[in-house]
Design a protein around this ligand. Structure first.
Ligand SMILES: [Zn+2]
Length: 80
């Protein structure tokens, strides 16, 4: 498990949200921004219900988010 720094979380969540805003009606999943650990791009990343774990489906990398990182990410998501 890799700890995701608040700054990187904010950048990642912001990019994912911006990308989803660009392609709201695409029938096929759009590749997400690359995984911060290996740069592989997944179609999906799963955020655990409590928001503290983020898993990229293509490479299986799992990131742990502190509460601070999660809040930074959500703020970036809202403002994307
Ligand atoms: Zn990865």
């Amino acid at each position: 498990m890799i700890a995701l720094h608040p700054t990187r979380t904010a950048r990642l969540f912001g990019r994912i949200a911006a990308q989803q805003n660009e392609h709201p009606t695409k029938p096929r999943p759009v590749l997400l921004p690359s995984c911060p650990a290996c740069t592989l791009r997944s179609e999906r990343a799963t955020l655990r219900a409590d928001g503290r774990r983020l898993r990229f489906t293509a490479c299986g990398h799992v990131f742990s988010l502190t509460r601070e990182a999660l809040l930074a990410g959500l703020a970036a998501q809202r403002s994307a």
